[in-house]
Design a protein around this ligand. Structure first.
Ligand SMILES: N[C@@H](CCC(=O)N[C@@H](CS)C(=O)NCC(=O)O)C(=O)O
Length: 206
């Protein structure tokens, strides 16, 4: 198989898996668990020296960082679904992806860790609440944007939607945050057939 995607689907590997499904690419998923010794063993560190998932090997081209991988796959298969190949679209894809990585993901990670990922004894509900409170500002920006158009770049789903929706997926309940625009847009993204196929992999490998 030309495209190998490392990482169990119940991890940030869901992002490249979702992208591959959107693009209709054949791929092999190597269900490496992020907490397993293999993720820190020399064979995998040669692929991702950070010892984190996901990473991909696309016919010898090795890449890590989940959001960089999805953008690479979208660009490589420009014109298929996720990217139309214009510099204008590229600029907005980068804008939203970096926004998600810097303004949102540290807070969604803090929330996920302190609400469900860390062992119970290490969870601090105050930290989970603080993350949700700090998220209100960037999510209000997204909410206002989503109220104006169906997808982040306009009428069509792109890799910007995939990246931002996947980052937000770690939040429990967007409706509860009183963000109707974000909640409706997020539903549109995650109910896509390709997203559902990728999410179904989580049952197999969780
Ligand atoms: N910025 C990286 C983060 C990757 C990351 O932290 N992955 C987690 C799984 S979702 C992991 O491998 N954790 C193992 C560890 O922290 O040792 C990306 O987006 O690919």
């Amino acid at each position: 198989m030309t495209l190998k995607i490392y990482g169990i689907a119940a991890s940030r590997a869901i992002r490249p898996l979702w992208a591959a499904e959107e693009l209709g690419l054949p791929y092999e998923n190597i269900p490496l668990h992020y907490a397993s010794p293999q993720a820190k063993a020399p064979a995998y560190l040669a692929i991702n020296p950070n010892g984190l998932v996901p990473a991909i090997d696309d016919d010898g081209l090795v890449i890590y960082e989940s959001l960089a991988i999805t953008m690479y796959l979208a660009r490589k298969h420009a014109g298929r679904v996720l990217w139309d190949g214009t510099p204008r679209q590229d600029a907005h894809i980068l804008q939203w992806t970096l926004w998600a990585a810097t303004m949102v993901e540290p807070l969604t990670t803090q929330f996920a860790q302190h609400s469900r990922l860390l062992p119970q004894a290490q969870r601090d509900s105050a930290q989970a609440a603080a993350a949700l409170a700090a998220l209100r500002k960037p999510l209000a920006v997204l909410d206002a944007h989503c109220a104006r158009q169906p997808y982040l770049l306009g009428d069509s789903f792109t890799v910007a939607d995939l990246n931002v929706a996947a980052v937000l997926h770690r939040l429990a309940d967007l409706d509860a945050a009183d963000l109707a625009g974000v909640a409706a847009w997020h539903q549109r993204c995650v109910t896509r057939p390709a997203a559902q196929r990728a999410f179904a992999l989580r049952q197999k490998t969780a």
